[in-house]
Design a protein around this ligand. Structure first.
Ligand SMILES: *Cc1c(COP(=O)(O)O)cnc(C)c1O
Length: 482
């Protein structure tokens, strides 16, 4: 059937003269009544001529060419979309929110302001921090906001000699990039053999030049910094601030509050943990929270509740200013708000417990075939490292491509950089045991193939319309035509 009907034809190739869908004869006949003559077409537009069903099927088929979370398991580590309920998409599309003009007077957008205010309060609650700005439009912009807030804090104390930001090698790549962009010198420190911060190395790097220490928690090898309280104390003793990258807060939410282990600043990714889909470049939201001593330096305005009215407060004399026009990405904030209202303290903790349990279930099940690089209980994701001695010349990229044949999206590979032949798997809190078992079983089959017929894995994928591509030419001389 696939072949007979030529599904792969472009709409222009399927076109037949005179074929069309609904025709509103009356409108055509009287068009001149509605539009001045100079605006009417003299010739028909050169569009494909297709029947109604052909058109529907054409676009439906195109929409299904993408591998997507609504269709399949998506174990991409680090930046995965977690829980994305459709109901929140509908709520965030309510006209009261989408049709509000950014310059509308506060009295006309009390509902929007109330939602933002309540979200600020809930984020304070789950992190223990004193204040939150909802302005940043992404995680990376949240980081920049946090680092600029830290600079405003140090500047206000006339502590101008702090020019360095310390970043361990297990940080997300955006951390050193942010520090660099904010004009700081990035001081990289290597991790200890257990994948956590090397406290000796940190001690040696800390000085009166340190402005901020940025830690990704959990770090990019999926581990919780077990000495985080002690690390925070070291940072504070040196007069620096502790910035926590909390993009993957589903590992901790409801179970731990960063303020309790000494975070001065942190960002959250609403478009990862808090129910907003991401992909295609946005929109996102990376709210930044601050402890009380740093909060006055956050961007302004913030939403406040005064005499029963929600209002944008511009009265923050120490604020670093604005990071984004208007209020932030309202629709993303709204999804995050709905998400936090869906749970209570107990069920929110279950989110973190299930995220951690699922990752460890996969890690433990694959042990002995594909081992975790750091043999320890992980958080929301597990990082495997293929042992070349057992792989018959098969690499992580080959395993990733073979997974496509079994109907699974490939996990993140070759990241984090400090893990050789890395495969980073984040099942997320929402997958069932049956789905995890199916994934594990596919990985087991691939392991058996590596031992008995490695070429099958090296030549994968076998079931896609394109198999191995020349990746260098694809990047250097892309052919963008069908
Ligand atoms: C995704 C991610 C970021 C960056 O967030 P963006 O919204 O893509 O800018 C930063 N840190 C960590 C740990 C992340 O997973």
């Amino acid at each position: 059937m696939e072949e007979i009907l030529k599904h792969d034809e472009l709409s222009i190739e399927k076109s037949r003269p005179g074929r069309r869908g609904i025709r509103f004869a009356a409108v055509q006949k009287h068009a001149a009544q509605y539009l001045p003559a100079q605006y009417l077409r003299s010739a028909a537009p050169r569009l494909p001529e297709l029947g109604e069903f052909e058109t529907v099927r054409h676009f439906t088929r195109l929409s299904q060419l993408n591998y997507c979370l609504d269709g399949q398991f998506y174990p991409l580590g680090s930046c995965t979309m977690k829980y994305n309920p459709k109901a929140y998409d509908a709520l965030s599309a309510l006209p009261g929110f989408t049709q509000a003009h950014p310059f509308a007077p506060e009295s006309a957008v009390q509902g929007t302001l109330e939602m933002l205010y309540r979200l600020q309060e809930l984020l304070k609650e789950v992190t223990g921090l004193a204040a939150f700005t909802l302005q940043p439009a992404a995680g990376a912009q949240g980081e920049l906001t946090g680092i600029l807030t830290a600079r405003a804090y140090h500047d206000a104390r006339k502590d101008f000699k702090r020019t360095e930001v310390i970043v361990p090698d297990t940080a997300h790549g955006t951390n050193p990039a942010t520090a660099n962009m904010a004009g700081y010198t990035v001081v990289n420190i290597q991790s200890a053999p257990d994948g956590c911060v090397d406290k000796e190395a940190l001690k040696n790097a800390l000085s009166e030049r340190t402005a901020v220490v940025m830690l990704t928690v959990p770090n990019t090898v999926g581990l919780f910094e077990k000495d985080i309280r002690e690390i925070a104390d070291m940072v504070h003793k040196a007069g620096a601030l502790f910035y926590m990258d909390g993009a993957n807060f589903n590992a901790l939410i409801g179970a731990a509050k960063p303020a309790d282990f000494g975070a001065d600043l942190m960002h959250l990714n609403l478009h990862k943990t808090f129910a907003a889909p991401h992909g295609g470049g946005g929109p996102g939201s990376g709210p930044v929270g601050a402890a009380a001593h740093v909060a006055p330096f956050l961007p302004k305005p913030m939403v406040e509740l005064k005499n029963g009215k929600y209002t944008l407060s511009g009265k923050m004399p120490k604020s670093l200013g604005k990071m984004k026009a208007f209020f932030g990405n309202i629709a993303v904030c709204l999804r995050g708000y709905c998400y936090l209202r869906q749970f209570d303290g107990r069920t929110l903790k279950e989110v973190a417990e299930n995220a951690v349990l699922n990752a460890n279930y996969v890690r433990a099940a694959l042990k002995g075939r594909f081992n975790a690089y750091f043999d320890a209980v992980c958080m929301h994701e597990c990082v495997l490292s293929l042992n070349p001695a057992e792989m018959n010349g098969v690499h992580a990229s080959d395993v990733a491509k073979r997974l496509l044949d079994y109907g699974f999206y490939a996990p993140t590979i070759y990241f984090p950089l400090i893990v050789p032949e890395a495969m980073m798997i984040e099942p997320t809190e929402t997958e069932s045991k049956e789905m995890l078992d199916a994934f594990i079983s596919a990985m087991e089959k691939i392991y058996a193939e590596i031992q008995s017929e490695p070429q099958t894995v090296k030549d994968a994928p076998h079931g896609q319309c394109v198999s191995r591509i020349d990746e260098v030419s694809a990047a250097r001389q892309p052919n963008l035509r069908w």
